[in-house]
Design a protein around this ligand. Sequence first.
Ligand SMILES: Nc1ncnc2c1ncn2[C@@H]1O[C@H](COP(=O)(O)OP(=O)(O)O)[C@@H](O)[C@H]1O
Ligand SMILES: Cc1cn([C@H]2C[C@H](O)[C@@H](COP(=O)(O)O)O2)c(=O)[nH]c1=O
Length: 221
Amino acid sequence: MAALTFWTGTMDAGKSTLALQTNHNHAARGRAGIIFVSNDRTGTAVLTSRLGLSHSAVEVDDEFSFWTYVVDALTRGSKVDYLICDEAQFYSPAQVEDLAKIVDELRIDVFCFGILTDFRTRLFPGAARLVELADRTEVLQVQALCWCGRRATHNARTENGVMVTEGEVVVVGDVEEADSAQEPPEVAYEVLCRRHHRHALTAARARAAGRLAETELLPFD
Ligand SMILES: Nc1ncnc2c1ncn2[C@@H]1O[C@H](COP(=O)(O)OP(=O)(O)O)[C@@H](O)[C@H]1O
Ligand SMILES: Cc1cn([C@H]2C[C@H](O)[C@@H](COP(=O)(O)O)O2)c(=O)[nH]c1=O
């Protein structure tokens, strides 16, 4: 039975890696899949993992219709057994509804990967619709860690090294450890536990305050 599965986790949790592994495992058994992505941080129409793997993909923009794309492919005689959908938080609710329709009406497996919440801790509309519609929502087992050692649950955005909680929701970027010897990046992300997100206490701020050496850091729980 086809299913809509949503794999989620913070930034840097391994979602794109799992997306590529999922594609590899299904393709290795002769199943035919299509890979979709939206706004990958390395460019257009490519799905990349920080572990170094990458794969060409179909770029999903605001106008894109999953339904039309897949029905066209089937009409042309292509076999489609599954879809891999990365950066799914950027899809619109209507696009997510199309994915559910593809599962139900065309009996194609859909595997989605994306973060749940933005830098303000609010759900992305696409991720919210996925949680509402998915047959299964799974959290990645690999834990991204806050600088304090707790499980990272939130994505923080920094601008010139300072954590911000206001701004455009979509700003493509990477997790980057600010190097004290260099200018901090204009925009970067850092994963934090809830407490340190609430306190806007990034690794750089903690280091500056001498907190990293204190009891805050250990024990890991
Ligand atoms: N040099 C490295 N050695 C081992 N693992 C790494 C290395 N660099 C990154 N990773 C792993 O890659 C993960 C990020 O994978 P990626 O698929 O790009 O994440 P996501 O799509 O969730 O943002 C990190 O959580 C880490 O486990
Ligand atoms: C929190 C947050 C993230 N983004 C962007 C930054 C990255 O380009 C992607 C997440 O990619 P990853 O593969 O999960 O690391 O999302 C954003 O635009 N707005 C945000 O609030």
